[in-house]
Design a protein around this ligand. Structure first.
Ligand code: GRF
Length: 228
């Protein structure tokens, strides 16, 4: 039987504003992204991202980390909630909790994260401030596969932005966030459609090992476009 491939099922994990979640919702509802977001889970109650999901008619859950005695217990509750929705891909979109190796191994190769730097440069927090302090001319974001080591899993795509002389951390963060909204749907689409496959520490695109992440330089450049 032919016809369009069914959309990949996704669970999206958030902790806050959810603008990346919104970008995914918008691309999926435009029909540009073969993704069926079946659950949005926040570890914080009352955040804007939960409202965005509810407005889009997506089921939500709030699992507060403070309600659990240990990181393992929280991760187990989170993992059970996710597993009940049988997602093909788990998308961390501003989810501000470090996940245990047990969690990562349970969904091995199926968890994506977006990090606001050109990894491996600047893992961790305060990336925009650190880029400005270093005097870098280019900054950006990376969508990578989550492994047990923080911000270290194989990268799928990076979005680049120029650093301007009058930037402060807020202006730079806003410029990076705009490109996050472009690259996360691209990466999610590649994974959901099966074009990107994770094999241990390697990422394969259309069956070929990706030696370096795809680069997105913006609409006007010869940047990466959403594959058909
Ligand atoms: C993004 O900058 C993301 O890279 C970082 O947290 C922010 C989330 O923004 N990890 P939002 O919640 O998607 O608006």
């Amino acid at each position: 039987m032919s016809g369009p491939k069914p959309a990949g099922r996704a669970a999206v994990l958030i902790s806050g504003g959810g603008s990346n979640l919104q970008a995914l919702i918008d691309r999926a509802s435009d029909g540009d992204l073969p993704l069926d977001i079946s659950i949005v889970i926040s570890n914080r109650p009352g955040v804007r991202g939960l409202e965005r999901a509810a407005t889009a008619g997506i089921e939500t859950a709030c699992i507060e980390h403070g309600d659990y005695a240990s990181r393992e217990e929280f991760d187990n509750a989170l993992a059970d909630c996710i597993a009940a929705h049988t997602p093909d891909v788990i998308i961390l979109a501003g989810f501000m909790r470090i996940l245990t190796a047990g969690f990562v191994n349970r969904f091995s190769g199926r968890i994506l994260n977006i990090h606001p730097s050109l990894l491996p440069a600047y893992p961790g927090l305060h990336t925009h401030q650190r880029v400005l302090e270093a005097g870098d001319e280019v900054h950006g974001c990376t969508v990578h596969v989550v492994t047990a080591e923080l911000d270290a899993g194989p990268a799928i795509i990076q979005g680049r932005v120029p650093v301007q002389v009058d930037d402060d951390p807020a202006t730079l963060a806003a410029r990076v966030l705009k490109v996050e909204h472009q690259v996360y749907p691209i990466a999610a689409g590649l994974v959901a459609s099966g074009r990107v496959v994770v094999d241990g520490e390697r990422v394969l695109l259309d069956g070929k090992v990706l030696d370096a992440p795809l680069i997105y330089d913006g609409e006007a450049a010869a940047g990466y476009t959403i594959p058909g």
